[in-house]
Structure formats: structure tokens, C-alpha cells
Write a protein that binds this ligand. Structure first.
Ligand code: GUN
Length: 284
């Protein structure tokens, strides 16, 4: 079975659109997401465009602020401070990566926790690990949603995550653990990785290397979630971290690239924006 993140995203966005349509009457306005794009990286431009498009579908107000790659850290911090103070702004997202002269950690920490729709703020990350209410990062949230929608039981399963990034590997491992999976985290220094991944009933791959997971690394019947977004230089085509053609016949469930996890990330961003908005409005 191939899980289409695209179809699930379309359904979720349609449901969110219905909900958002009730907001003007209920709250006097719709949620407002501000996306900051620094520089002209084509991949970042494409992600930002996708976020704007999703906002349009869901009925969320979107402002994209473009700044040159030469912007200073102080100027970017000042912009974030302004947006933090602006009551008409519900979500703030700074597209990553940032130019090298800017400290990403400082920028992320400067965003008000209650407007951190990415779930990257240290207080949101800490709350996740302490099992407290928080904004969950979009990609890990989208992965769990896909598993749930596909009717895959997580509890009691042996899950292996390849990758230990702050954005995907670590939080998805934590979410699987909280759902009572037994979780192993592998990474680029793991020895004899295939021995470990072959034990996985659920395998999540977020290592950022095209076709890193080969057929011999996957157990028959495994659920394979491919978070990779790699561009093949020769063709310009997207390719996952998993050798899809070789593994699809062997897996019980697999996510394609493109059209798997990617659309779910943006859809969960819409969900997080609505959550931040409702939390704020209901607190009044
Ligand atoms: N760059 C790649 N993915 C993401 C994301 O989910 N959020 C932000 N802010 N930047 C990214």
C-alpha cells in the first residue's frame, strides 16, 4: 500500500477550510501566518510558495516578508520583535536555512513561543520532551497522522528512526515513544545499520541521502516512511532517502517522494497556525 500524503492533505485542508470559514463570525477574523524568507535559495522559495498556496486553500491570511541575504541578525531580530508585538499576527515562520552570518538558534528563540507554528522554539521542544502541551513540529506531526490515518498500530511496535535532527529525527522518535513504540535511533555513525533496520516494523528515514535505504535493509511487511527530499542534480527530480522501486514490493506500507510526507508537513503547519490562533482567541 502506498500512503498518499497528498490525498490526506487535501482532505485535511478541506476540513480546515470549513472550520476557518466560521472564524470571522466567531472571532472577528481569520488566522494570520507571517512567513519570513531571507535570501533567494530556490528550494526555500519553493517551500514558501507551497505554504502560501496552502494558506489560500485553507482560508488563512498569509503575509510573506522577503529580506535580502545581506540582512543583519539585529535587523532580523527587530523584525521578529515587531511581529511578536503585533496582535494581528498569529503565527511566525522563519524559513530555514538562514545565511551563515545569522545565528539560527538566536532567531528561533526570539519568536514568541505562542506564535512558533514550526514548533522549533526551545520552550516548545522542551515541552514536547516533558509531555506538556506544545506546538509539535510539522513533519513529525504529519508522520504520526499518516500512520494513524492508514490504520497502523504504533503501540508495542519496534520502530527505527534513521536520522537525529532537531527538526525530524529526534521529535518523531519521541512521538513514537509516547505512543508506546520501542524506538531505536540510527544515524550516520551507526555500525551495521542494516542489522538494526531489518528489525523495524516501522522504519522512518530522515537522513537526507538519496536512496540510502536499500532493499536488504528492510524487513518484509515493514511500514516505511520516507522523509527524504533530495534533488537529483542531473534530472532535477525529487528523490527520497529510500530506494522506492526496490522496497515498495517488500513493504506493507510506504510513502512516496514526492507526494508523501512533504504535503503533510505543510498541512500540519496550517493546523498549527489554527491551533495558535484558537488558543489566543479562546484565552480572551
Ligand atoms: N526549511 C525546511 N523545512 C522547514 C520547516 O519546516 N520550517 C522552516 N522554518 N524552515 C524549513
Amino acid at each position: 500500500m502506498i500512503i498518499s500524503g497528498k490525498d490526506l492533505s487535501a482532505r485535511m485542508k478541506a476540513e480546515m477550510a470549513e472550520k476557518v470559514a466560521t472564524f470571522p463570525q466567531k472571532y472577528g477574523r481569520v488566522p494570520h501566518l507571517v512567513v519570513i524568507l531571507v535570501g533567494e535559495d530556490p528550494a526555500s522559495q519553493s517551500y514558501v510558495k507551497g505554504k502560501g498556496k496552502a494558506c489560500e486553500v485553507v482560508g488563512i491570511r498569509n503575509t510573506t516578508i522577503l529580506r535580502p541575504a545581506t540582512i543583519s541578525e539585529e535587523e532580523l531580530l527587530a523584525l521578529i520583535a515587531e511581529l511578536n508585538a503585533d496582535d494581528s499576527v498569529d503565527g511566525i515562520l522563519v524559513q530555514l536555512p538562514l545565511p551563515k552570518h545569522i545565528n539560527e538558534d538566536r532567531i528561533i528563540a526570539a519568536i514568541d513561543k505562542s506564535k512558533d507554528v514550526d514548533g522549533f522554539h526551545p520552550l516548545n521542544v522542551a515541552a514536547l520532551w516533558m509531555k506538556q502541551p506544545c506546538t509539535v513540529a510539522c513533519t513529525p506531526k504529519g508522520i504520526i497522522r499518516m500512520l494513524d490515518e492508514a490504520g497502523i498500530e504504533i503501540s508495542g511496535k519496534r520502530a527505527v528512526v534513521i536520522g537525529r535532527s532537531q527538526i525530524v529525527g529526534l521529535p518523531v522518535a519521541k512521538l513514537l515513544l509516547d505512543r508506546n513504540a520501542t524506538v531505536t535511533i540510527c544515524h550516520s555513525r551507526t555500525q551495521n545499520m542494516a542489522e538494526i533496520t531489518r528489525q523495524a516494523e516501522i522504519l522512518v528515514v530522515a537522513i537526507g541521502k538519496a536512496k540510502f535505504v536499500t532493499e536488504d535493509m528492510v524487513a518484509p511487511g515493514a511500514v516505511v516512511i520516507d522523509v527524504g527530499v533530495n534533488r537529483i542534480p542531473e534530472t532535477g527530480k525529487l528523490c527520497g532517502d529510500v530506494d522506492f522501486e526496490a522496497i515498495e514490493p517488500k513493504a506493507s506500507v510506504i510513502t512516496p517522494v514526492p507526494g508523501g510526507v512533504g504535503p503533510m508537513t505543510i498541512t500540519c503547519l496550517m493546523e498549527n497556525t489554527i491551533e495558535c490562533f484558537e488558543k489566543k482567541m479562546n484565552a480572551r
